[in-house]
Ligand binder design. Structure first.
Ligand code: ZN
Ligand code: ZN
Length: 502
């Protein structure tokens, strides 16, 4: 095992390369959202029986012996909130480096990453008229604050971002815009994927029409009096306005008052602020390939988490899945043919800084990532196996299917784009991605809220996820055929609810 290393080389070049890679829009990481999906309906590739037996053994050991819940418990208890650039973030990196020491890996490294720093501060939102009420709200990540005295403005409600875009500045100027879009629960969090642009881009769209603030019905499926945060991206050249989420019952309250005769005046006081940048790191662990070490099978999960909860579901579970998968593979009698590398990415939530830096360094170094998988979908069971792979690789996925039958995971769809947020930059460089779909039906009850805590994690379901990741990883790390490269398409994908939601 090599000593820990801090890689801090070439930041100027790194940024230059990163600039040409497209920033993926922020969706739940598990929300695979791409064009022209096709069912996997091909002759399976005939993997050797002994390889399938090894993978089945690994799968069964994961089901019977692994304990991903313990990993989530450790991270969410000993570290907890870990927003990029915070003290919790530094503690998380130290936790991860320490945890990986016990895994019998061949290499552990920390890749230094510069991340944004942002402080949430206090969020106070009140209806002043017609019926004074205080609303439960949280600032969106990256939001600016208000003046200390706050701002007061009439509210303009719109059903979604598209409607807002269609309005003239006469209608919008001087208002606080309220995007009032409900999302319904579903295994694939489709509503979240459709609505998240309102959070990310709503503030700049509203500001470009003269709005002075933005509030949004939380992108959650619960009815708790807790709001769900998430990042906003301010567009260059457009005034920055404060932006916050309302809890669902408080969005209801605001909507009821707006249904009345009188204008509704809202008061916003936010002390959120940007604090420059800070040092963080991608934490990397590696099992070196026996015969094809230069071909990397990548397992990614973001290590950072919002400050409101303890980051158990988002993304302690994903961290646990890749760590447990690595532990199981490292304990096999011999190393896999290809290198299996896990990357715990820095700063997925506030801007994908870790993913961008990793992909840029990988491109610089000429590394070959044969295939990747991301874990960022809470602890729901996997209900389908999809892939973002070239068409000729579909038989490779079909060949793995028998291993997944006992886990009740059918084959799903092949796409040519979409997938996890942290892998989007690598995908843009051609890396195919296997995208197990976790059940997100209950994920958005807790996602990005103060309710993202350990008690929401389902230990049994999480073992099923590890079993699938381990079996798939063993097959692709040892199977003779390669997956090929994706065509150079625009990477437009995820932030998490983990292939999923972030
Ligand atoms: Zn996430
Ligand atoms: Zn997230």
């Amino acid at each position: 095992m090599r000593p820990l290393e801090e890689c801090a080389h070439g930041w100027g070049r790194t940024l230059a390369i990163a600039a040409v890679l497209m920033l993926p829009s922020s969706l739940p990481a598990q929300t695979v959202n791409a064009a022209a999906p096709r069912p996997i309906d091909v002759e399976p590739y005939p993997y050797p029986a002994d390889l399938l037996d090894q993978a089945a053994d690994l799968r069964d050991r994961a089901l019977n012996d692994s304990n991903p819940f313990a990993v989530v418990a450790s991270l969410s208890t000993e570290v907890g909130p870990r927003l990029a650039g915070s003290a919790g973030d530094r503690a998380a990196v130290a936790w991860a480096l320490s945890y990986l020491q016990d895994l019998k890996l061949d290499r552990i490294a920390a890749q230094g990453v510069q991340v944004p720093r942002w402080e949430r501060g206090a969020t106070q939102i009140r209806i002043l008229t017609p019926s004074p009420q205080t609303l439960a709200a949280v600032a969106f990540g990256g939001s600016i604050g208000t003046a200390e005295s706050g701002l007061e403005a009439p509210v303009l409600r719109v059903p979604d971002l598209e409607t807002l875009r269609s309005l003239s500045s006469d209608r919008v100027a001087g208002h606080v815009v309220f995007i009032d879009k409900r999302i319904e629960r579903s295994p694939d969090a489709a509503d979240y994927s459709a609505a998240v642009a309102g959070r990310i881009h709503g503030p700049s769209v509203a500001a470009s029409l003269g709005a002075v603030g933005l509030v949004l019905r939380s992108l959650g499926t619960d009815s708790n009096r807790l709001a769900h945060t998430g990042k906003v991206i301010y567009q260059d050249g457009v005034p920055r306005i404060p932006a916050a989420a309302l809890s669902a019952p408080d969005a209801d309250m605001l909507a009821r008052q707006l249904d009345g005769e009188n204008a509704v005046i809202l008061q916003l006081r936010l002390t959120a602020r940007r604090l420059g940048s800070a040092r963080s790191a991608n934490v990397i662990g590696e099992i070196q390939g026996r015969t094809r070490p230069e071909e990397i099978v990548l397992l990614g999960a973001h290590l950072d988490a919002w400050d409101l909860g303890t980051g158990a579901l988002d993304n302690g579970t994903g961290v646990a899945v890749v760590i447990e998968t690595a532990r199981l593979i490292a304990s096999m009698p011999e190393r896999p043919a290809r290198t299996v590398r896990i990357v715990l990415f820095a700063d997925e939530e506030m801007g994908l800084s870790g993913a961008r830096a990793y992909a840029a360094r990988s491109a610089e170094g000429g590394e070959t990532h044969m295939v990747g998988m991301e874990a960022d979908g809470g602890s729901g069971r996997i209900w389908r196996l999809d892939g973002v792979v070239p068409e000729p690789a579909a038989p490779l996925l079909a060949g793995i299917a028998p291993l997944l039958e006992p886990l009740e995971i059918p084959l799903g769809m092949v796409r040519t784009s979409g997938g996890g947020a942290d892998l989007a930059f690598l995908q843009k460089l051609g890396m195919p991605e296997i995208t197990p779909r976790q059940d997100l039906s209950f994920y958005l009850d807790y996602h990005h809220s103060a309710n993202d805590t350990l008690d929401k994690v389902d230990p049994e379901a999480l073992r099923q996820v590890v079993a699938a990741y381990a079996a798939i990883t063993w097959m692709v790390a040892n199977g003779e055929p390669e997956f090929g490269r994706l065509p150079d398409t625009d990477a437009t994908s995820a932030d998490e609810p983990g292939t999923g939601a972030d």
